[in-house]
Design a protein around this ligand. Structure first.
Ligand code: THU
Length: 133
């Protein structure tokens, strides 16, 4: 099983594929399944800015569209002094697949901080819990 520092390095590598000509803020994500498979993603911007896809979303889309839904951890890397923390929308997208998923937030030096998605997004939306009986 891949350890957090290895997944962090995979996210840094995935950042190389970021398409971020507008923000100039490349982001990479590396998603590890419980079966040991690795999926990566990067942000994909658009000249219609609001259509931008985040790195975490692109990694999760890659995995799910290839039949994987059982995730252990996701690492997110950017070129910031701060640990790269998933946006609110990405937190909800990660939480969809399990509240125990580990989120490894990586800074530009490769240092990282690790929290679970339920720590990052307490009270995430779930359809059943919000559907009136
Ligand atoms: N971005 C991500 O890829 N993930 C996040 O969690 C937050 C932001 C991207 C979107 C945009 O291309 C750039 O970072 C600047 O907002």
């Amino acid at each position: 099983m891949m350890i957090s520092s290895e997944l962090a390095q995979e996210a840094i590598k995935a950042k190389e594929h970021a398409y971020a000509p507008y923000s100039k803020f490349p982001v990479g994500a590396a998603l590890l399944t419980n079966s040991g498979r690795l999926f990566t993603g990067s942000n994909v911007e658009n000249s219609s800015y609001g259509l931008t896809i985040c790195a975490e979303q692109s990694a999760i889309s890659a995995a799910v569209s290839q039949g994987e839904r059982d995730f252990a951890a996701i690492a997110v890397a950017c070129n910031s002094d701060q640990y790269c923390s998933p946006c609110g929308a990405c937190r909800q997208i990660i939480a969809e697949f399990g509240l125990a998923i580990k989120v490894i937030m990586v800074n530009k030096n490769g240092d990282f901080q690790e929290l679970t998605i339920s720590e990052l997004l307490p009270g995430s939306f779930t359809l059943n819990a919000n559907t009136p009986k």
